[in-house]
Design a protein around this ligand. Structure first.
Ligand code: UDP
Ligand code: MG
Length: 239
């Protein structure tokens, strides 16, 4: 395959039921555009039929690539594996559980190109999670912005589009998928937020509970704050 314009990466842990619909929806959203594109499914040590489903779909769909991690390594590790494998000029990340809507991808890519920014991230306009989870997100985003001194409305939204150069620069750490926009800005790249659709989880359950988000997340906030303070900021004027 020649270099694709677009790579769509989706990390997945036990999402067998969602995969066929996700892939069909991606085709529906992207095939009508003149882009060459590829899908990269990153199977993060699933213990259900996810891998079998993916393999069956790949036998009929050459645009699907599968990466399998040895064991469940976490969403950021899975995203990183997908990022490293991506060959496109633009790289999209999306959840595999159908909560994000692939129809949002083309306008996001248009904005990346049209506005010349480096990253476009979704903010879930009509959040379709329970009240308890929405409240956690609201507090989480507020605390994160306060500590890291950044302004991001919804870092938890996985639907994001970045330029290849961003991926080559940004180094990820465990749990840091929640701080992506801040880490990207730290490297001097521009990030904008656009409203996107959100849907209820149709199958299975979320991998996260309130506690693991809150405790780990708080420590990470201070780490990212430290990183922001210590980031190298200089401009060369002669070589
Ligand atoms: N995921 C993953 N590895 C993990 C946990 C989650 O690849 O260890 C994937 C999961 O399958 C989904 C995405 O990351 O595609 C987001 O996870 P989830 O829907 O559980 O999170 P939530 O939407 O509740 O924040
Ligand atoms: Mg989800």
């Amino acid at each position: 395959m020649t270099t694709p314009d677009l790579s769509v990466v989706f990390p997945l842990f036990n999402e067998a039921e969602s995969i066929p619909t996700l892939i069909a929806e991606l085709h529906q959203a992207l095939d009508r555009r003149p882009w060459r594109w590829e899908m990269i499914a990153v199977n993060d040590g699933s213990t259900d039929q996810s891998l079998e489903v993916l393999r069956a779909m790949r036998s009929e769909d050459p645009s699907l690539r599968i990466i399998s991690l040895e064991r469940n390594s976490g969403q950021t590790a899975a995203l990183d594996a997908g990022w490293r494998a991506a060959r496109g000029r633009y790289v999209v990340s999306i959840d595999a559980d159908l909560q994000n809507d692939p129809a949002d991808i083309p306008p996001m890519v248009d904005q990346l190109e049209g506005l010349g920014v480096d990253m476009v991230i979704g903010m879930r306009a009509n959040r379709r999670d329970g009240r308890w989870k929405r409240m956690q997100s609201k507090i989480g985003n507020a605390v994160r912005n306060w500590i890291t001194r950044d302004r991001v409305t919804d870092t938890g939204c996985s639907l994001k589009v970045v330029r290849r150069e961003v991926i080559d620069r940004v180094r990820l750490f465990h749990g840091m998928h929640r701080f992506l926009p801040t880490l990207v800005r730290l490297e001097g790249f521009s990030v904008i937020e656009v409203p996107v659709n959100h849907r209820p989880r149709r199958y299975g359950a979320s991998s996260y509970g309130a506690m693991n988000r809150a405790t780990r997340g708080l420590i990470d906030c201070f780490v990212v704050r430290w990183m922001s303070r210590r980031a190298l900021r200089y401009r060369t004027i002669e070589e």
